[in-house]
Write a protein that binds this ligand. Structure first.
Ligand SMILES: Nc1nc2c([nH]c(=O)n2[C@H]2C[C@H](O)[C@@H](COP(=O)(O)OP(=O)(O)OP(=O)(O)O)O2)c(=O)[nH]1
Length: 252
């Protein structure tokens, strides 16, 4: 099998990057029959030897990152032609056709995902760390009142995620935070602020206090908790998968 690898950073949360990849369909303009598909994670195509191809697999891996979603793709193929001629076709003709098709596809894909992301309500949160403690906040009103969360809120139209994070912390806590590392992304249940259900994500960064002392302007209570007290809080359920990454920040 011959292989090519492609890495694209898509300016969209993982949910959007995944859904758009699934909906866009195959990158190939050439006739290949789809024989097995777990789209968009793995697609296997085949064709008769007279078409030059025997088998082609297209695999994608999606990873949330601070810049959006990193999409790593691998395309592997082999020709149905035997011997030296087959190897030549694999190495030159088919490689060129795969590269051209993928480059065209990826340009359209990145643009489509970034545009789709504009329609999705996105939430950012800050795990503000001081020493061996992280700042957590208890919601004061609404259906999630009484549950604990990371300070933060919805990204406004045209705003970048870190800008939203700094603004939300200033509004909610009266402090200036300096975001540091991206900790992860989780899918939020149901509809957030009237958005399409099952599309919104919470993306969390670690941060440090750059100025001010946090005050609960919108929350019922703020608490600085150590690693051992993190799990025991009554968290918004969606946040729980992020706790191991936060806990790792607090390790001595
Ligand atoms: N800030 C924050 N929101 C979270 C977390 N986990 C979680 O499910 N959410 C949800 C709750 C809300 O549905 C949504 C955030 O909305 P929000 O009401 O806090 O946003 P906001 O500050 O922009 O609010 P507003 O200006 O519209 O009042 O995300 C979390 O850890 N932090």
């Amino acid at each position: 099998m011959y292989r090519l690898r492609f890495t694209t950073v898509v300016a969209a949360p993982l949910t959007v990057a995944f859904d758009v990849a699934r909906a866009l369909g195959r990158p190939w303009p050439f006739p290949l029959e789809e024989v097995d598909s777990v789209r968009p994670v793995r697609d296997l195509y085949a064709a008769g030897p007279h078409r030059g191809w025997r088998r082609l697999t297209h695999e994608r891996r999606f990873t949330a990152s601070g810049a959006g979603t990193v999409v790593e793709e691998q395309v592997a193929w082999e020709t149905g032609l035997p011997g030296v001629l087959g190897r030549l076709v694999d190495r030159t003709v088919l490689r060129r056709r795969v590269r051209r098709a993928m480059c065209r596809h990826l340009d359209g894909y990145a643009a489509a995902a970034a545009v789709r992301a504009l329609d999705v309500v996105q939430v950012v949160g800050a795990a503000v760390v001081r020493g061996d403690r992280v700042l957590v906040a208890q919601r004061g009103s609404g259906p999630l009142a009484g549950l604990w969360e990371f300070p933060g809120g919805k990204v406004e139209p045209g705003e970048d995620h870190l800008g939203a994070l700094v603004r939300e912390c200033a509004e909610e806590l009266g402090v200036v935070v300096a975001p540091k590392d991206f900790l992860g992304e989780v899918l939020l249940d149901g509809s957030v602020a009237g958005g399409v259900p099952g599309t919104s994500t919470l993306r969390v960064w670690s941060a440090r206090l750059a100025a001010g002392e946090p005050v609960a302007r919108e929350h019922r209570e703020l608490r600085w908790v150590c690693a051992g007290d993190l799990e025991g809080l009554d968290w918004i359920a969606a946040d729980r998968p992020l706790l191991p990454a936060v806990r790792a920040l607090l390790a001595p």
